[in-house]
Design a protein around this ligand. Structure first.
Ligand code: NDP
Ligand code: HSE
Length: 437
């Protein structure tokens, strides 16, 4: 059978990885897909760079991505340009032209996914996005197909390598955030503008996609609670460790009776959990299903070839299903369109979690009792308390409190009251804690 023809929109890190792995492993990939998968067109503005990447391969190089999309010979378009505006136009145009799309672009799908999947459904084409979440880890496949028997209860993931690297370095070397961020940029982990990574936005994009697939709800990035690590202090990482916890930037989505939690924030995780020991730029996702129990997926969340591994898996899937009746393909978001749910994403005030609090307090009689009274008045139960011995002559100290699970709104009210005490000397640090049991 004739090879299926692929056009790469963007041949940077992911595009070039895809190009090279496809060529290197072409015989095995063909054996699995049932026919060859050939890149015949690539696009980037820097044509010399593009030509250098494709070498002597028989590939058309262009600076105009629409030239690829409008070429009737191309069956599948791979979007690895990134960003939202141009990528959205390209993907919608490719769909309109009847082409299948593979994309690594989580920002695009988290924000415009509903529109894109609807357009693809109407046109009977596939939009595949394994590479958009956790790079080389086949988590989309696992959620959409491998775990299809389960009612998913929750997902917790370390889904941003840059921030996990920063947190690992802060913990192991006792360094502050700004110092480690510079090191991450020097090593090429963090972008020159690392905002999306360190402020949790990239992780929230990925979490939004996993949540949609797990619970059969539309992608709703705008409803996600997003908090990054830029305000995290080395002292809290140290105290957490003394209490048996590691701090990770977790993406967490959980089904509750009242709705779905969708949140990204620094989180204390018991050191005994495997996910707490995922270090450096690695990613990991824990999925809790009612039948299977807990499953864990670990691997590289970024990089040319790990991400290419996911892009090519999608290319193989599309090649296999290319001729199938669209109604018999795997639905984009795991559930058939008429089985999607309108379960609401819960506002953060209704989220249930437990807390780590650090209060800078005057070291005098009655301080602890006033604070615990406020917590008791709000029906918040204390799990553990740690008070650092104050330094000679300092007359103030850090008070660390771990609580049991409570509602965020309730904790907000208690925090406001505690912050008003004249013996609380600095803004209270509040971090969330998850046992992931
Ligand atoms: P790169 O910046 O390395 O590559 C982007 C490519 O697109 C370049 O070849 C660039 O070439 C080309 N490009 C950009 N704008 C245009 C344009 N207007 N017209 C034509 N070509 C253009 O990005 P990555 O490969 O790192 O990322 C691509 C996507 O994959 C993003 O959505 C990213 O979030 C996602 N992703 C990346 C991962 C990674 O490890 N890097 C992991 C998982 C997902 P030129 O500038 O010459 O035009
Ligand atoms: N910036 C992302 C990360 C790349 O650090 O994980 C992969 O999406």
């Amino acid at each position: 059978m004739k090879a299926i023809k692929v056009g790469l929109l963007g041949i940077g890190t992911v595009g070039s990885g895809t190009f090279h792995v496809l060529r290197r492993n072409q015989a095995e990939i063909k054996g699995r897909a049932g026919r060859g998968i050939e890149v015949t067109m690539v696009c980037r503005r820097d044509l010399a760079q593009a030509r250098q990447i494709v070498g002597d391969a028989d590939v058309v190089v262009t600076a105009d991505p629409f030239e690829i999309i409008r070429n009737p010979e191309i069956d599948i378009v791979v979007e690895t340009i990134g960003g939202c505006d141009l990528a959205r136009s390209l993907v919608l145009e490719a769909i309109a032209q009847g082409k299948h799309v593979v994309t690594a672009n989580k920002a695009l799908l988290a924000v415009h996914g509903t529109e894109i999947f609807a357009a693809a459904r109407a046109k009977g084409v596939m939009v595949a996005f394994e590479a958009a979440v956790a790079g080389g880890i086949p988590i989309i496949k696992a959620l959409r197909e491998g775990l299809t028997a389960n009612r998913i209860e929750w997902i917790a993931g370390i889904i941003n390598g840059t921030t996990n690297f920063i947190l690992s370095e802060m913990r192991s070397k006792g360094l502050d955030f700004a110092t480690v961020l510079k090191e991450a940029q020097r090593l090429g982990y963090a972008e020159a503008d690392p905002t999306f990574d360190v402020e949790g936005v990239d992780a929230a994009h990925k979490l939004t996609l996993m949540s949609a697939i797990a619970f059969g709800v539309p992608v709703q990035f705008d409803k996600a609670h997003v908090e990054g690590i830029s305000q995290l202090q080395a002292a809290d990482i140290k105290y957490a460790e003394q209490l048996g916890y590691r701090i990770k930037l977790l993406g967490l989505t959980r089904r509750r009776d009242t709705g779905i939690e969708l949140r990204v924030h620094p989180t204390l995780v018991p050191m005994s959990r495997l996910i707490a020991n995922v270090e450096g730029a690695m990613n990991a996702v824990v999925v809790q299903g009612d039948a299977v129990g807990t499953t864990l997926y670990y691997g590289k969340g970024a990089g040319a070839e790990p991400t290419a591994s996911a892009v090519i898996a999608d290319l193989v899937d599309i090649t296999r299903l290319h001729t199938a009746d669209p109604d018999h393909r795997v639905p984009h978001l795991a559930f058939q369109p008429d089985a999607m749910s309108d379960t609401a994403i819960l506002p953060m005030a209704e989220v249930l979690t437990s807390y780590y609090l650090r209060l800078r307090v005057a070291d005098e009689a009655g301080v602890l009792s006033r604070i615990t009274t406020i917590l008791a008045e709000h029906d918040i139960s204390i799990d553990a308390v740690l008070q650092r011995e104050s330094n000679e002559g300092e007359r103030q100290t850090d008070l660390i409190i771990l609580t049991h699970e409570t509602q965020e709104g309730r904790m907000n009210r208690a925090l406001a009251q505690m912050q008003g005490l004249n013996t609380v000397l600095a803004p209270i640090v509040r971090l969330r804690k998850e046992e992931l049991a």
